[in-house]
Design a protein around this ligand. Structure first.
Ligand SMILES: Cc1cc2nc3c(=O)[nH]c(=O)nc-3n(C[C@H](O)[C@H](O)[C@H](O)COP(=O)(O)OP(=O)(O)OC[C@H]3O[C@@H](n4cnc5c(N)ncnc54)[C@H](O)[C@@H]3O)c2cc1C
Length: 386
């Protein structure tokens, strides 16, 4: 039966996460970001409550739920002004890939730490020269006896300083054909030859981005996730969760901005009535709210398709959800800043600090243009443009 509302269980999960996040709040989060501190208490508290790995199978320490559940957690945290970027990466991308394609031993080794928050896993595909064109990545994996030797560079990798391991996408030479094929490796962040430096970013976030240098990092044979020939399939398994989580991050931020702006617009009076009674203020907020609700609906559809095992249909929906959510967040935050007038730019009201975070949703983890390329080609049947 088609259903356009979430289950009572999912709604209860949202309420619980929202309550927990309210105890921390936006001011706490921003203070952490500006002082260079981390949000470890919140991370560990959601882990302890079972929300961090809610999408991971129970036998590996998770909650046995779906991607829609972990997306709901991500959205509710963001809606309270405490977006945790590493949720997109650790339980959703890395957790999904390992739960689906890791060997039994790998699942037992890595998934419990992802769920209980003690072994966060970052994800590294982007490279300085390849950029969006990930077919052009040049990080290579070479066999040396029983070991793998990794060499290359990555850029904009989130949360490397908070992670125990990084799931690195490299290219290994196929022994039969000599061609390079993508392979995924779990690389401990304390490996010899693994270095990282923070990139100064304008986002107000405790989670940082890093440039990563992989200089002949030696790894045991079982650092390679799953099957050597399955790298591409494994990579694709991480894409829908990545997009759904990024969408939820954006819709949560949009909700946060709209709630603040609506409260302000009801209170602030400069002529005879509150500024929210002027349509010039009310309509942009209402428009952004509509856009955001549509994006949330598409995110829930994409999640339901992933959880039903229909990865192909989920691909289209997840891309559309991610696109729509980023647009909604940009419009919501812009309208929220405008609603606040001069206060919109102060640190006290915290609205301008959301601008870059919302804007980043149009760029990462996949850009708006690449989603439009995907939709033009796969949904509309137009010629491939790149
Ligand atoms: C906050 C943040 C966190 C990130 N975290 C991670 C992470 O944890 N792990 C990771 O691996 N990466 C991460 N990234 C990297 C992110 O995925 C890339 O920035 C993104 O994929 C774009 O790549 P690029 O920056 O190299 O841009 P480029 O590839 O240089 O593209 C520049 C512009 O050109 C456009 N463009 C390029 N090709 C085409 C085309 N064919 N048609 C139309 N337009 C095109 C792009 O859409 C973009 O607007 C993060 C980035 C940010 C900003």
């Amino acid at each position: 039966m088609s259903n356009f509302t979430e289950t009572e269980e999912r709604q209860e999960l949202r309420r619980q996460v929202s309550k927990l996040a309210k105890g921390y709040g936006r001011d706490w989060f921003v203070e952490r970001a500006r002082s260079g501190e981390k949000t470890t208490e919140l991370w560990m508290e959601i882990a302890k409550a079972g929300y961090l790995g809610v999408n991971i199978p129970e036998e590996y320490g998770g909650g046995g739920g779906g991607i829609g559940d972990v997306a709901a957690v991500c959205e509710e945290l963001a809606a309270q002004g405490c977006p945790l970027l590493m949720m997109v990466v650790s339980p959703a991308i890395c957790g999904t890939v390992i739960a689906r394609y890791g060997t039994e031993e790998q699942k037992q080794r890595w998934l419990p730490g992802i769920c209980d928050g003690t072994a966060t896993m970052a994800f590294a595909i982007t490279e300085p020269d390849a950029g969006t064109n990930s077919h052009n990545i040049t990080t290579t994996a070479r066999r040396d006896g029983d070991e793998w030797v990794l060499k290359g560079q990555k850029i904009y990798i989130s949360g490397v300083d908070e992670a125990e391991n990084v799931l690195v996408v490299a290219r290994a030479e196929d022994e039969r054909t000599g061609k390079l094929k993508p392979c995924l490796f779990v690389v401990p962040t304390d490996s010899a030859g693994f270095e990282f430096t923070a990139i100064p970013m304008e986002i107000v976030s405790p989670e940082k981005q890093f440039q990563v240098f992989i200089d002949d990092v030696r790894l045991p044979a079982d650092a390679l996730v799953g099957d050597e020939d399955g790298g591409l399939v494994q990579l694709f398994a991480g894409l829908n969760p990545e997009r759904i989580m990024a969408a939820s991050f954006s819709t949560g931020l949009a909700r946060h901005a709209l709630e603040k702006a609506s409260a302000y617009a009801k209170e602030r009076t400069v002529f005879k009535a509150p500024i929210g009674s002027h349509q010039a203020i009310a309509h942009p907020l209402a428009t952004a709210h509509i856009e955001n609700e549509l994006a949330r609906l598409m995110t829930q559809k994409a999640s339901a398709l992933v959880d039903a095992g229909d990865d192909m249909a989920a691909g289209e929906a997840a891309n559309m959800a991610k696109y729509a959510a980023a647009e909604a967040a940009v419009h919501a935050v812009d309208a929220a800043v405008q609603t606040h007038g001069g206060n919109g730019i102060t640190q006290e009201y915290g609205m301008a600090g959301l601008l870059v975070a919302a804007r980043a949703g149009r760029i990462a983890p996949v850009s708006r243009e690449m989603i439009l390329n995907f939709v033009a080609m796969h949904s509309l049947g137009l010629p491939k443009s790149y």
